[in-house]
Design a protein around this ligand. Structure first.
Ligand code: SF4
Length: 253
């Protein structure tokens, strides 16, 4: 008989803070962000600090930019109590928890144990690179939104695994999901077309978001090029939107 897994009681985080979602279909919604360490990819443009650290930063009060430093790992009970206080002190202020990284699905055991408790306060939004379908399948019952990337080789410098992304999206589509692609001025038409075909093969209604790469705090792709990309693939997938990283303009975390 298999031995039952020991429930997770603590977590190593990079940071936890309250801010405004700057990407994708929930842009503008205030969320409690939990950033978990580690990633299974190594994208060329990555500017996210995801290396595991001996301590983590916790913004308290929420939205203040005042950071407390806590030793990792932190007891889940401690973190949940803090988030419950945030929730009770400002009812309705937060839309959801945003679980982000790095790649949060690397922590599926932790999330399977912790998310049901967090979800009693707020719904759960998962930000993921869309390459780990098996952990996603385990976590689906605890998720409300999945924000999934399709990683284009021309941007990441890594081969795009189209079939892995398709398997992932088929699972993510059991939630309220969307697909985001970081694009640059030179993103080839073939990549855009393959991505549009992939998304529409799963569902014609899933939003596909072209997110122009950010360069030195500015949108790094011309408007005319973005409109050209949207036109190019809109015959294949009609729900294509153009949304830059808006939190950078707001100057928030
Ligand atoms: S998947 Fe995201 S966190 Fe991981 S290397 Fe790529 S950009 Fe960075």
């Amino acid at each position: 008989m298999p031995v039952p897994a020991t429930p997770q009681v603590e977590a190593s985080l990079i940071e936890a803070f309250s801010s405004v979602q700057g990407e994708g279909t929930l842009v503008g919604c205030r969320q409690i962000f939990l950033r978990l360490p580690g990633c299974n990819l190594d994208c060329r443009y990555c500017d996210t600090p995801f290396a595991a650290t001996s301590s983590c930063l916790l913004e308290d009060p929420p939205g203040s930019n005042e950071m407390l430093r806590l030793e990792n790992p932190v007891k889940l009970e401690v973190l949940t109590t803090i988030f419950r206080r945030w929730y009770l002190e400002a009812p309705g202020a937060h839309h959801s928890f945003s679980i982000t990284g790095g790649e949060p699905l690397l922590h599926v055991d932790l999330l399977c144990d912790w998310l049901p408790e967090l979800r009693q306060m707020l719904p759960i939004y998962l930000e993921t690179n869309g390459t780990l379908p098996d952990p996603l399948e385990r976590l689906l019952p605890d998720l409300d939104w999945v924000a999934m990337d399709i990683k284009l080789e021309s941007q990441t410098g890594l081969l795009t695994d189209w079939e892995l992304h398709r398997r992932f999206l088929q699972l993510a589509n059991r939630t309220d999901c969307f697909v985001k692609m970081v694009v640059g001025e030179e993103t080839p038409a073939l990549e855009l077309q393959l991505a549009a075909e992939l998304v529409t093969s799963v569902s014609a209604t899933i939003p596909l978001i072209l997110q122009p790469v950010t360069v030195d705090g500015r949108v790094g792709v011309s408007t005319s090029r973005l409109l050209e990309m949207q036109r190019l693939i809109s015959g294949t997938h009609s729900n294509v939107r153009i949304i830059p990283q808006t939190h950078i303009f707001l100057g928030v975390l």
